[in-house]
Design a protein around this ligand. Structure first.
Ligand code: FAD
Length: 361
């Protein structure tokens, strides 16, 4: 594989030793191949590109290469985000040199237009968004996006551009849209659309309010893809979701190996909220109804998965996405009670009762 595009950045980081392991671990967690890892140098590669961080006498040299502009933007994003998260003590100012260094276009951003809105059931709106050049949203093994939404306070947002570090820069911070994380339920890169299934829960939440009033022609920003790829090669899966995790769970059942076995448990309000899911696997699908209980108040879903036997005789993977309390309960069971590792399980809080914009970033 040749990587014709290149980026570089030189940083002076006096405290680098105190956080370098966190940076390495974060970058590796994106299913990277480790090419070099020694005291002073660290090099990773993916199908789309490579990056390296090397310690010189008085500075750190960061470099990356990629096959195309999308890949290069991804490399810059991975590196700049890792340093932004963990190098706060040194407050580094990343300014890229090399290919596409001063490109104001923010690679992960697309301006989308609502094409149609369908009522999937009483609580869920399927919103089809049309945009151009959506291929990156099929890459990198991720399936979530950050929707950038107009709201009452900012009905005409100003959309983001790329800063010198390749990350998001807001040209007018007073006219920032509201951001909420959603899953791409379906994507067609040829016809250039994505479907997002939005759970509506009144007009207090900006995301829910937007979906309730969305109509063809409305503009919305889309940023991504987000998240980490999950293990798609296990033999046995124990997975669960409420309505917010249902789009991701349904996509998993479409892409996991046909031979995969296990249990997929889904919590919805009533029988009328059950959806048809294309399940290509041998994983049993079970629906749980919370009936009159408000969303996020029942632990029946996490309890059901806790009761399911973890198959140590098979390569087993646990995945869960729902309200925070349920996710925490299951994560504690998997990680602490069963002693399973991060590579074997992912129990994510997709929302938290009483909290606005969890994970909105
Ligand atoms: C990786 C990821 C993927 C996600 N994918 C989807 C998806 O495909 N579809 C989807 O609908 N959601 C999805 N979510 C969850 C969604 O981001 C949150 O529900 C978000 O809080 C909704 O924003 P909001 O503006 O409507 O409400 P907020 O402003 O965030 O919250 C306002 C109030 O509403 C409550 N609230 C938030 N969500 C719900 C809910 N679902 N039911 C009842 N009350 C709620 C909050 O607790 C708060 O009290 C995902 C989250 C993550 C992290």
């Amino acid at each position: 594989m040749t990587y014709p595009l290149h980026c570089a950045c030189r940083l002076v980081l006096p405290q680098y030793a105190t956080y370098k392991e966190k940076i390495r671990s974060r970058l590796e967690s994106f299913r990277a191949k480790v090419e070099t890892r020694n005291e002073t140098e660290f090099r990773l590669s993916w199908a789309f590109g490579w990056l390296s961080i090397s310690e010189r006498n008085d500075h750190i040299m960061i470099e990356g290469g990629a096959a195309d502009a999308t890949g290069l933007a991804r490399i810059k994003d991975l590196l700049a985000t890792a340093f932004k998260l963990y190098a706060k003590i040194d407050a580094p100012q990343i300014v890229w040199t090399g290919d596409h260094a001063h490109d104001p276009e923010l690679a992960p951003f697309r301006l989308m237009v609502v094409e149609k809105v369908t009522d999937l059931n009483a609580r869920i709106k399927r919103v089809r968004l049309h945009g151009s050049d959506l291929s990156r949203f099929e890459e990198f093994g991720n399936m979530h996006v950050r929707l950038l939404l107009p709201c009452l306070a900012v009905p005409n947002p100003v959309w983001p551009v790329a800063g010198p570090d390749g990350l998001t820069k807001w040209p007018d911070p007073d006219r920032k849209p509201i951001s909420r994380v959603y899953t791409i339920r379906a994507i067609d890169t040829v016809a250039s659309w994505v479907d997002i299934d939005v759970v509506t829960h009144g007009t207090t939440g900006a995301g829910s309010a937007w979906a309730l009033s969305a109509k063809p022609g409305d503009q919305v920003g889309m940023f991504g893809p987000l998240g980490r790829p999950i293990n798609r090669n296990a033999q046995h899966y124990i997975i669960g979701a409420d309505e917010t995790g249902l789009p991701a769970l349904a996509r998993l059942l479409e892409i996991l190996p046909e031979t995969a076995t296990g249990l997929a448990c889904i919590e919805v309000a009533t029988q009328a909220d059950v959806q048809a899911i294309e399940n290509r696997t041998k994983i049993d699908v079970e629906w749980l109804f919370r009936r009159d209980a408000p969303a996020g108040t029942s632990l029946a879903l996490s309890d059901r998965l806790i009761a399911e036997t973890w198959r140590n005789d098979l390569d087993c993977f646990g995945w869960f996405a729902a309200e925070d309390a349920a996710a925490r309960r299951l994560r504690t069971h998997w990680r602490q009670d069963l002693g399973l590792s991060r590579d074997q399980t992912l129990a994510a809080a997709y929302w938290r009762r009483g909290t606005t914009g969890l994970m909105a970033g």
